[in-house]
Design a protein around this ligand. Structure first.
Ligand SMILES: [Cu+2]
Length: 119
């Protein structure tokens, strides 16, 4: 009986490991970014080129905006305590600066997120 239980357990562990290895989306979890007055947290992220990346944006303070023509990120409004999701596929490796698109106060000109596209 003990042998039998062990066999089932082993099979479950083996299948679990195999399942994880075959899940392609596990390699690219979405990245949470919190906007506030006047910064994005984190303020720098690194994403791989040529693969879809999903950002989950929210605000803990104020209404902010997000957009990058270079990276193909559509104009997005970030509202307090709501999540908005954007998915984009960066083409070229490099460092991109994404500025807040809404005039949100004194610190607005310096409100930016750095997106590093690299392998
Ligand atoms: Cu802002």
């Amino acid at each position: 009986m003990k042998m039998f239980t062990f066999a089932i357990f082993s099979a479950a562990v083996f299948c679990g490991a195999l399942g994880a290895a075959w899940l392609p989306s596990a390699a690219h979890p979405s990245i949470d970014i919190v906007a506030s007055n006047w910064k994005f947290t984190p303020n720098t992220i690194t994403v791989p080129p040529g693969e879809p990346t999903t950002l989950r944006l929210t605000s803990s303070e104020g209404v902010h905006g997000f957009k990058s023509d270079e990276l193909g990120i559509r104009d997005t409004i970030i509202m307090p305590n709501k999540f908005v999701t954007v998915t984009f596929t960066p083409g070229k490796a490099g460092t991109y600066i994404v500025h807040c698109t809404i005039i949100c106060g004194a610190g607005h000109p310096n409100m930016m997120l750095t997106i590093k596209v690299q392998k």
